[in-house]
Design a protein around this ligand. Structure first.
Ligand SMILES: N[C@@H](CCC(=O)N[C@@H](CS)C(=O)NCC(=O)O)C(=O)O
Length: 212
């Protein structure tokens, strides 16, 4: 098997699970049980030293980091058109938004869901307040970008949209979810019609958000 994915339901692993379904390539799937700490076993830590999901085994070697895995899959399956090729007009936007998502925006979700990490249990509320503000600032930036576009970069669906949709999904139980921004709502409503995104919800047993 060319690909083997380690994920867990409703996580960053869901993004890669979704992308593999979009590509229609065969893969093996292992959904780790966080409650049993299956992502912290020595065997798994040898694949992903942070003990995070996702990890994608590509031709026998582990690849980590959701955004990197998505970009790698786009590169290995260029016929899907999930990344503007090097040298194309949209390439700079593609790289810039990919890195913004992974490097500037996604870490605040870690701050929201794991608020004890930056400064311990006692500072959790303050950490969550900061994370919430930065997540909402990112939603406002995405909403402005989408005012006159259907996709974030270029003319079609890319991994930037895939990663954005998954991160927006994570806001669904936050005080101000992504769907409260009008351009994002229109964009997410269209993306939520994609058969592979609907299929990954079924396969991971997820019932909320997909229908609004
Ligand atoms: N930067 C990493 C972050 C991955 C991440 O934080 N994954 C979460 C689930 S969404 C996780 O594995 N959490 C388990 C833990 O922190 O122990 C990536 O993009 O792959």
């Amino acid at each position: 098997m060319m690909y083997a994915l380690y994920g867990s339901p409703s996580t960053a692993g869901t993004a890669i699970h979704w992308m593999l379904l979009e590509l229609g390539v065969p893969f093996e799937l292992t959904l780790l049980d966080f409650d049993k700490a299956e992502h912290k076993t020595p065997k798994y830590l040898a694949l992903n030293p942070d003990g995070f999901v996702p990890t994608l085994i590509v031709d026998g070697a582990p690849v980590t980091q959701m955004a990197a895995i998505a970009a790698l899959l786009a590169e290995r399956h260029p016929e899907a058109g999930f990344a503007p090729p090097p040298g194309s007009a949209a390439r700079a936007d593609y790289l810039s938004w990919s890195y913004w998502l992974a490097n500037s925006w996604q870490p605040h979700f870690r701050g929201w869901f794991y608020p004890y990490e930056p400064a311990g249990e006692a500072a959790q509320d303050a950490a969550q307040d900061v994370a919430r503000g930065r997540i909402e600032a990112g939603l406002a930036r995405l909403d402005a970008r989408l005012a006159d576009r259907d996709y974030l970069v270029g003319e079609g669906f890319t991994t930037v949209d895939l990663l954005t949709a998954i991160l927006c999904r994570w806001t669904r139980n936050m005080p101000r979810p992504a769907t409260e921004w009008p351009n994002l709502k229109r964009y997410l409503d269209a993306i939520r019609q994609r058969p592979a995104l609907r299929e990954v919800h079924v396969r991971e047993g997820l019932t909320d958000w997909i229908d609004g």
